[in-house]
Design a protein around this ligand. Structure first.
Ligand code: G6P
Length: 368
């Protein structure tokens, strides 16, 4: 069937705006809203209690969704996770234990390296579970368990709504793992599930900052390089922010763990380099503030994505704040993804690039 842009200028804009709704659909698939429990619609052919090690493999944006999920599986389920880029996982001869679980994440379900990694994991006797947006895809067909994301067709080459839906499905699975392994109590689960249920509302609130982000994008469009910093689950989101910006605006960008600033990227900072800091007020916030002070001391311009408490605590010069809603720490990546995506989108619009079909990129990479 035909997907149109509705009243949006680009598919990417439409897809960014659809996120509260499609994340809501994905949540409805994996949890029971009334009892505030995870309710997976599929039967798992393994018990999370028997899984000693989890490997998560994907490419591009899907890989960053996996990277965020690593924090959740480790925190909620106390399950060690290794995150891999599909083209590395296949060839690096990782010691794998038959009976462990390998998760594959793919919007299209056709990415050649991810598919090859899935086949490799099966050969090694691992259980395989895939988080895919196209349920008829090859990766979905060949996986033991499939968790569809209900993002709907994604047309823009740069992934947006598939990413937040992948995060949503993975969050539900990580909570289910925590329950099965006895590392989350019923009360913990209810609290986390409640946090998930709030997401569509919070994401809609994040979208209201678009006019401010559009103005900031004019500044970003003049930059040659942009640095994205974050800690914890905001670190993979910083990687995703940098990827999004370079994919569609062709401005060079790098994502870094904020704590690594001193180990290299600080050498690049001057008044010409915008630094986007993704920092909800959480237990590592103070550490990120000191990184921001280091940036400011070198004349760097900071765009801080934070909440009210964070804005109050961050006392740094030359800083613009994009104010996100207050929310529990666990699921900030789904909400902070929105300003990250909007900033890349509007920068690309200012640059006049082909936002939905950026040069040299393909929506689905079916060759190795
Ligand atoms: C391509 C796309 C990216 C996507 C990646 C993985 O590079 O341009 O947006 O994240 O492939 O695609 P998949 O369909 O496996 O999620």
């Amino acid at each position: 069937f035909v997907v149109d842009k509705a009243n949006y200028r680009h598919f990417m804009a439409k897809e960014i705006h659809e996120q509260p709704e499609v994340v809501g659909h994905t949540l409805a698939r994996y949890l029971d809203m009334a009892s505030e429990r995870i309710a997976l619609p599929m039967k798992l052919p393994f018990d999370f209690k028997d899984v000693q090690h989890l490997s998560i493999t994907a490419c591009g944006t899907a890989n960053y969704a996996g990277y965020v999920a690593k924090y959740w599986f480790e925190q909620f389920a106390r399950l060690p996770v290794e995150i891999d880029i599909a083209s590395e996982f296949r060839y690096r001869e990782a010691p794998l234990r038959s009976g462990d679980l390998a998760i594959f994440i793919s919007q299209s379900g056709e990415t050649a390296d991810t598919l090859a990694a899935l086949r490799y994991a099966k050969e090694q006797g691992l259980h395989t579970l895939s988080v895919v947006n196209v349920p008829t895809s090859t990766i979905a067909r060949e996986s033991e368990v499939v968790m569809p994301t209900l993002a709907g067709p994604e047309i823009g080459v740069a992934s947006t709504k598939a990413f937040t839906c992948q995060l949503t499905a993975l969050a539900a699975l990580a909570i289910a793992a925590g329950r099965a392994r006895g590392t989350l109590t019923d009360a913990d689960e209810a609290k986390l599930v409640h946090g998930l249920i709030e997401l569509p509302r919070l994401m809609a609130a994040a979208l209201t900052h678009e006019p401010q982000i559009e103005r900031l994008a004019r500044d970003i469009s003049k930059a040659q390089d942009v640095l994205y910093l974050g800690r914890g689950t905001s670190y993979p989101l910083a990687l995703e922010g940098a990827l999004k910006l370079k994919e569609i605006s062709y401005i060079h960008a790098e994502g870094y763990a904020a704590g690594e600033l001193k180990h290299g990227p600080i050498a690049l900072i001057d008044e010409k380099m915008p630094v986007v800091v993704i920092a909800p007020y959480d237990r590592v916030f103070e550490k990120t503030v000191s990184n921001m002070q280091e940036v400011a001391a070198r004349g760097g311009r900071i765009i801080l994505m934070t909440d009210a408490k964070g804005a109050e605590e961050a006392t740094v010069d030359s800083m613009v704040t994009i104010m996100m809603p207050d929310m529990p720490a666990a699921f900030t990546p789904m909400v902070y993804a929105i300003p990250v995506q909007l900033l890349a989108y509007h920068t690309a619009v200012v640059m006049g690039t082909d936002v939905d079909q950026p040069r040299n990129l393909a929506k689905s990479v079916t060759v190795e």
